[in-house]
Ligand binder design. Sequence first.
Ligand code: ZN
Length: 297
Amino acid sequence: MSTQCLFCKSDNTKLYLKLKDYFLSQEDFEIFECENCKLLFTTPRPDKSVIGNYYKSDDYLSHNEHKKGIVPWIYNQVKKVNIRRKFSITAQNRTSKNGDRTKPHILDFGCGVGDFLHYAQKNGCEIAGCDLSEDARKYASEKLGKTIVSPEEIFSLPDSTFDVITMWHVLEHIDDLRFQTEQLYRLLKENGRLVVAVPNYMSYDAQHYKDKWAAYDVPRHLNHFHKESLQNIFAGYFELDNIYPLKWDAYYISMMSEKYIGKGNSFVKGLITGWKSNRRAKKSGDYSSLVYVFSKI
Ligand SMILES: [Zn+2]
């Protein structure tokens, strides 16, 4: 088994954490840290021919609006609040330097069932979306009245197509970060913004739950980022403008993590840890999930 860094190819890597796919398969995985580019990556990585099996669960939701129980309820409430928050971050950062106020053209890369795009559409944006899942594409296309395509189709579009590209908890699933970065760069207009939300393993909830932290979510999450590694991956293409927290994620992730521990009271315990995580992050900036806004160099 190779532990060479999957991004920079350095052999200078070390074991960071041993853990399981607590969510679905219960199989063992490891996370390695690259000493060179600082990326954390999951190993082994399931082959492309079988990775789909790890997403086969009714719980791996993007569309569980009708599930019963307190955790799905929280998930859906958080989702609604988060969509408004995500749109507000995107809108704040979309104005180009010449003050252009025309309808921004937004690509949501990995748009799932299209909830964010639906909100952006209602708020006057021109929208485009892509997703790997055929089911999600079908559902989103109907909801939005617009064809949602596969990533390959997006990669065949001409240069400088979009004002903003958003990736909401998507980059951690991408297995070819270099190719992805080049494509995002090419598709963005000059002065364009790239908005990337990822879990933050430096957060208090991550440190508290260790291998049971739900946002490691191996092997679905292939990469695990923090500020430094994300900037290394985008070096030469994008520069960091702003960072924003997604505070509600701390509660949801902590409740899921408590479920993996399995000692009961996951709702209350998760609420407490989520609150502690946000309180500590006020000083450190290390919230459970962070949104990074980059501009094209
Ligand atoms: Zn590396």
